[in-house]
Design a protein around this ligand. Sequence first.
Ligand SMILES: C[S@@+](CC[C@H](N)C(=O)[O-])C[C@H]1O[C@@H](n2cnc3c(N)ncnc32)[C@H](O)[C@@H]1O
Length: 427
Amino acid sequence: MTFNPRPRPESYNPARELAVRVLLRVLAGESFAASALDAALQQTRLPGRDSGLATHIVYGTLRHFPSLDAALTPMLTGETHPKVRAVLLAGAFEKLYLETPPHAVVSEYVNVARGGRLAPPGLVNAVLRRIQAPVPSDLTRTELPDWLAEVYRAAYGMRADDIFADLLTPQPLWLSLSDAGVRTMEQEGSVVQSGPQGTDRVDLSRPLRETEAFKRGQAQPINPASMACVDALGEVGGAQVLDLAGGAGIKAAMLAARGASVTSVDLLPRKHEQAQANLERLGLQADFVSHDLTQPINLPPAAHVILDAPCTGSGTLRSHPEIKLRLTPHAVAAAAGLQARMLPHAAALVAPGGALVYSVCSVTPQEGPEVIAAFLRNHPEFVAEAISEVEVPHVPAGDGVLTVPVDGIDGFFIARLRRHADSANGS
Ligand SMILES: C[S@@+](CC[C@H](N)C(=O)[O-])C[C@H]1O[C@@H](n2cnc3c(N)ncnc32)[C@H](O)[C@@H]1O
């Protein structure tokens, strides 16, 4: 008898297997899409076109997850292994939302399933051949759970439908660029368009980290709505600024670049390490303090304080579509509770006559207007001020503003509170 080796699986584009493996981690709640994808792309070094395809599949699948899940669920019986589900979700996304010919989608994902030992090829073949778009409904139009779609409708009224459509499209890249950075980017073939709040919208000719502008410290990613929070602090050149919940230091970097002396406070020392490394890249500096801001903190008061509080991120669904899959009303209440505990300790650091900017990248009323209203009821020494520095589209929201998440701008709640000049500090 002659030995017949098993036929080798047909080849397939590794971008699809990479996308499936990234989805597997993100759907298991192990990672955000951005960091899982970044790590996988750095490890495999796919050519540019293929990394573009992998990125498109990961984000598209997450953005359309509610519809894809609704289309798949009736076709599957019993428990479906997460690996099988990830293959089917990615395949269904590509069949229903990209222009890849259906027969190519089926054969590619059958080969991914077999070659990557991810799923029974026969099942993938059968499901992807038959799958069709689900019947149109509110869910397929918004791709959001009902309660979250209602939050958006309540916040933005007539504009909500445009926002739902926008949230399903790829996120543009926003950078803060120095003049030299604009020139370096353009020399490398990237297209730079000036955007709101002094940011630039950039179509890159290569991955950001590989651009000279990034390596030389001439470029910092920042969303215009995030920059609006920095701008709301007013003129900070030469002033002391307390950057509370400073995290990886994006706002700290923008403040330091304007000549402020920044002290950045965060719960997690590892965030300070990231911030420090980034500031070094940019040729800037700041001081760091690790502290739990639900507790009083002993720092000299400052005329400019920002609390960019931890939040649910419900205003960043275009760049972080996985958030909508995990977010619950319970998580919103928990975030609002944390923010309400942090705000008085931040306010205690504001010098008489000074300003406190409170910001969250969330559009829920609990994390924005309600936190501020409750604080002001108990702190008559503060008054909310109008913020003229917000250039991005925004709507009024209680004592602050809510930026409108269209055109790649995140949804941020921003309020500015002024301490009366004759009121002393204290919690
Ligand atoms: C929205 S992020 C800050 C982003 C940052 N301001 C920036 O612009 O890069 C919120 C930060 O709050 C921090 N945080 C969460 N709970 C905290 C607490 N109890 N005390 C201090 N910081 C906290 C998190 O570690 C996270 O870095």
